[in-house]
Ligand binder design. Structure first.
Ligand code: SF4
Length: 264
């Protein structure tokens, strides 16, 4: 009989650090960020293109907020990541743990083993996701407290995942998670797509908040897309908010505040 070899779970990371959340419903709160490597989307406005592929090393903050990073080789064993998160978790400091990327759900098998253990720290678990992988979401649903789901407008992102977004949001809603939808808007935003997005959310629950996030134009050195992505005008955001509020109760317009605060 051949003995089964147990494969130890590992993940490819970009970084672990403590910072102030700059987007969406949790804006201004202090989080332990676990940024996973690899993304299967290619949004025109992406400010994290360094996460698209798995690097050979990741950077890990020793003391929360001090940016005293150590460099470690990928992939990282589960037990090591738990130790790093425990080290970050000083008393009274953090409001939650943020799973971000890249696309964290590309690591769903790892997360399904990691999250039950990290829950012992008694910090809520918040998932930031492109909202296009409902099957992977199912694998970790019981361990999540809140989800920020990006809804990608084709006119702005170049990505189109309407069916997956709807399924994803419905799963979160049915599981009673705290959830919000984030939509990046630029001058090229098609208002017809905003209406479609508002109807999609309304079809699940009109109480789910939507955050319209005016795009932060990328620095020249970060540009990888041929498509020019410019922040919307003041009148555009006023019109779009009014349009969406016909269908959804809360439509808030908030730019990326962590860039203003020079957080990571
Ligand atoms: S989902 Fe996020 S990380 Fe992936 S390409 Fe889009 S903006 Fe970048």
């Amino acid at each position: 009989m051949i003995a089964k070899t147990k494969v130890k779970p590992t993940a490819r990371l970009i970084e672990v650090f403590s910072a102030i959340q700059g987007e969406g419903l949790n804006v201004g709160t202090r989080q332990i960020f676990i940024r996973f490597a690899i993304c299967d989307l290619r949004c025109h406005f992406c400010d994290s293109s360094h996460t698209w592929n798995a690097p050979s090393v990741c950077q890990i903050e020793r003391s929360p907020g001090l940016r005293d990073f150590e460099i470690h080789s990928n992939p990282i064993p589960l037990s090591t990541l738990i130790k790093w998160v425990e080290r970050q978790n000083l008393p009274f400091l953090h409001d939650s743990i943020s799973l971000t990327g890249g696309e964290p759900l590309l690591h769903a098998p790892f997360l399904a083993q990691f999250l039950p253990e990290v829950r012992s720290l008694n910090l809520p678990i918040y998932l930031e996701t492109g909202g296009h992988r409902p099957e992977q979401l199912d694998m970790i649903l019981p361990y999540l407290d809140s989800v920020g789901m990006d809804l990608k407008l084709p006119s702005v992102s170049g990505e189109s995942h309407w069916t997956e977004h709807e399924k994803f949001l419905q799963i979160c809603f049915d599981a009673n998670l705290e959830i919000f939808v984030k939509i990046i808007v630029s001058q090229r935003t098609d208002p017809g797509e905003l209406e479609r997005a508002a109807l999609l959310v309304n079809g699940i629950c009109q109480d789910i908040p939507i955050f319209l996030q005016p795009v932060t134009p990328l620095a020249e050195s970060q540009k990888f897309s041929q498509v020019v992505v410019e922040a919307p005008t003041p009148n555009q955001v006023l019109e779009w908010q009014a349009l969406m509020k016909r269908f959804v109760k809360q439509v808030r317009v908030i730019p990326q505040t962590h860039k203003m605060l020079r957080q990571l």
